[in-house]
Ligand binder design. Structure first.
Ligand code: ADP
Length: 652
């Protein structure tokens, strides 16, 4: 017996006994080796006249024996000599491989990262599971191979523990058979299902469906027996099983085909089967890139949000293939969080199979592909917005929250990509509009974009701070979703492109900012009126305790007697939201201002009471006005019983 090298043995040990649960990929790895071996022979035939093969004969065969618990993966590729077997299968991982160096390079100079410090994921990622993954399911593996052009075959056999043996063997033609003797079942760990027709076809279809060569398997079928000549009226048809060799994989991947050759129906079918959706996708995006980056991508925007999209359980990502072989089911790095609803496939021959979670992040090609795909998705959504608004509205209903959350969670970094995709409800136009549409409709002198945040469109539309702005001829965007106000804050402003010129419009919450709608003159008047009523306002502020910062004369009100506004970044709605969030004790509070409408008769009543020395009345009225203002904002009042008692007392 030949012993595995120490390094190899350690690796093998770690891998076989690792917690790595995705055992089923062993078949993908073996089929991919087989496909490589066939490739090698085919390429040799192109340059070497002595190699005479017929491309149509090149194939991979998968066979199984349920009773003996064996699986055999065969190919008629280049094969291996005795030396090759020793060299290729005797050493795990070519320690000169680029990934291995990369792993070491991360350490301090002179301090090598020992194998013992690496996790199983590292190992699988750094070296590729490759051939040795067979030991994740097999207790013994036998490889019988005959190199092309040689007339002798050799067998390599190992239990994956200490070492391996090589002996002379027989094989009819060139190529390789890898025979796995499945491990015994132990408790939850069952291996037997791999050696079944269903188990294998399922794995082939899932992981190797798009391998370029046919993957053939003998499958059992059923057919009706021919009707006997002497059958009478009572004859019941009989069935019999027979076996047939079938090509299990579909070979030509749909994403490699030109968009013009594939019908939307085919794309829809592919989407529904592969991504387990019952509805056709809303958008299908195809990319065929050649040049510095070579890849094909097929992306879908679903018609509806999956039920778990807004939960922690949801996992974004695109399926990643390298030359038709699946590397990863959901490669997260290929889509940004704000396009997490996009499903699809990316296939690039430039990527190596043994790419892992860790190396992906350091993979420049992958990042470049991700950037380009992001642009593609953006462009597609923008086109939908411009060409089919009804469909875009539907899309936004499903995924708008994700886009808005993207603006917020990227602290506005993603705003260039996302801002013009956003829709908000226009109080004036009574429909969802973009920020560009808001500005297109704005009076020439408008310098800002106004929005109001709160619960319920109808309610918001009636709030005094909204109606007064509307009355002046300016539109207000009504934000009713939790994320809206945070999104607006992260956006900060919106740049409208007008030809080459770009003008920036700050986004202003009508409830807590100087909207710039009052003249200097009006401001001055209000300040003076506030000063004149200083004593009255002090009584009012005192009555409300710490609940307001100050009481002032308002410039913004038309009808309502009072309104609550805020100074600083935290609006009333936001403060309310933060109050309900975890860690509420430290949540920032809003600085509330009670604005009094000087044109309201209530103001006269207050002044008269104060002048008559009846500050008790001023205090009661102030309490009522404050609570009313809260109710108008759709916010809870502190003491509803006291409020209703005060109102009742008034009525008496
Ligand atoms: P990798 O495929 O990443 O190089 P593996 O451990 O899977 O690593 O395989 C090691 C080597 O064994 C391959 O590089 C190849 O030279 C050889 N090999 C594996 N399977 C086959 C096969 N079916 N036919 C010919 N050579 C093979």
């Amino acid at each position: 017996m030949r012993k595995f090298k120490t390094e190899s043995k350690k690796l093998l040990d770690l891998m076989i006994n690792s917690i790595y649960t995705n055992r089923e990929i062993f078949l993908r790895e073996l089929i991919s080796n087989a496909s490589d071996a066939v490739d090698k022979l085919y390429f040799r035939s192109l340059t070497d006249d002595s190699v005479q093969i017929n491309r149509a004969d090149l194939a991979i065969t998968v066979a199984f024996d349920e009773a003996a618990r064996t699986i055999t993966v065969s190919d008629n590729g280049i094969g291996m000599t005795k030396d090759d077997l020793d060299k290729n299968l005797g050493t795990i991982a070519h320690s000169d491989s680029y990934e291995f160096k990369a792993a070491n390079a991360k350490n301090e100079p002179g301090e090598e990262k020992g194998l013992d410090d690496m996790t199983d994921v590292d190992i699988i990622g750094q070296f590729g599971v490759g051939f040795y993954s067979a030991f994740m399911v097999g207790k013994k593996v036998r490889v019988v191979s005959r190199a092309y052009g040689s007339d002798e075959a050799w067998a390599w056999e190992s239990d994956g523990v200490e070492g391996y043996a090589i002996e002379a063997a027989e094989r009819a033609g060139h190529g390789t058979d890898v025979i796995i003797y499945l491990k015994d079942d132990a408790g939850d760990e069952t291996y037997g299902e791999y050696a079944t027709e269903y188990g294998l076809t399922d794995l082939i279809k899932r992981y190797s469906n798009y391998v370029r060569y046919p993957i053939q398997m003998e499958v059992t079928k059923s057919r009706m027996k021919p009707r006997p000549a002497d059958a009478d009226d009572e004859y019941m048809p009989e069935f019999e099983n027979y076996t047939e060799v079938e090509t299990v994989n579909s070979m030509v991947p749909i994403w490699k085909r030109k968009g013009s050759e594939v019908s939307q129906e085919e794309y829809n079918e592919f989407y529904k089967t592969d991504f387990h959706d019952y509805e056709d996708p809303a958008r299908t995006i195809t990319v065929h890139a050649e040049g510095t980056l070579n890849y094909d991508a097929l992306l879908f925007v679903p018609s509806h949000a999956p039920f778990d999209l807004y939960t922690k359980e949801y996992k974004k990502g695109l399926a990643l293939y390298s030359s038709n072989v699946l590397i990863m089911d959901k490669c997260e790095d290929l889509v940004p969080d704000y396009f997490n609803f996009v499903r699809g496939v990316v296939d690039s021959a430039d990527l190596t199979l043994n790419i892992s979670r860790e190396t992906l992040q350091h993979n420049g090609q992958l990042r470049a592909i991700a950037r380009r795909l992001e642009k593609k998705v953006k462009a597609d959504l923008a086109a939908l917005r411009d060409d089919d608004r009804e469909a875009y509205d539907k899309f936004f209903e499903q995924f708008g929250r994700t886009l808005k959350f993207g603006v917020y969670s990227s602290y506005g970094m993603a705003k260039d990509i996302l801002a013009d995709l956003l829709l908000f409800y226009s109080a004036k136009q009574k429909k969802m509009i973009t920020l560009d549409e808001y500005l297109a409709d704005a009076p020439a002198d408008q310098e800002s974009i106004f929005f109001a945040a709160g619960e319920g469109l109808e309610h918001l539309a009636k709030m005094p701070i909204v109606t007064t702005v509307l009355a002046k001829g300016y539109d207000v965007l009504l934000c009713t979703e939790n994320v809206d106000e945070f999104c607006m804050m992260a956006l900060g402003d919106y740049a409208r492109k007008d030809g080459d010129e770009e003008k920036s419009f700050p986004l202003k919450n009508v409830g807590n900012e100087d909207l710039g709608l009052t003249t200097e003159e009006e401001k001055k008047e209000a300040a003076e009126a506030t000063e004149e009523n200083r004593e009255l306002f002090d009584v009012m502020a005192e009555a409300l305790g710490g609940r307001v910062e100050k009481v002032v004369v308002s410039t913004r009100l038309t009808d309502a007697p009072v309104v609550l506004t805020t100074e600083g970044a935290v609006s009333l709605q936001m403060a309310q939201m933060l109050k309900n969030a975890p860690g509420a004790e430290d949540a920032p509070k809003s600085q509330v201002v009670l604005e009094v409408n000087p044109k309201s008769p209530v103001f006269d009543t207050l002044r008269a009471a104060h002048a008559a020395g009846d500050d008790a009345k001023v205090r009661t009225y102030t309490e009522i006005l404050f609570d009313q203002a809260l109710l108008v904002e759709g916010l809870p009042i502190e003491d509803p019983i006291a409020f209703s008692q005060a109102v009742t007392a008034l009525m008496k």
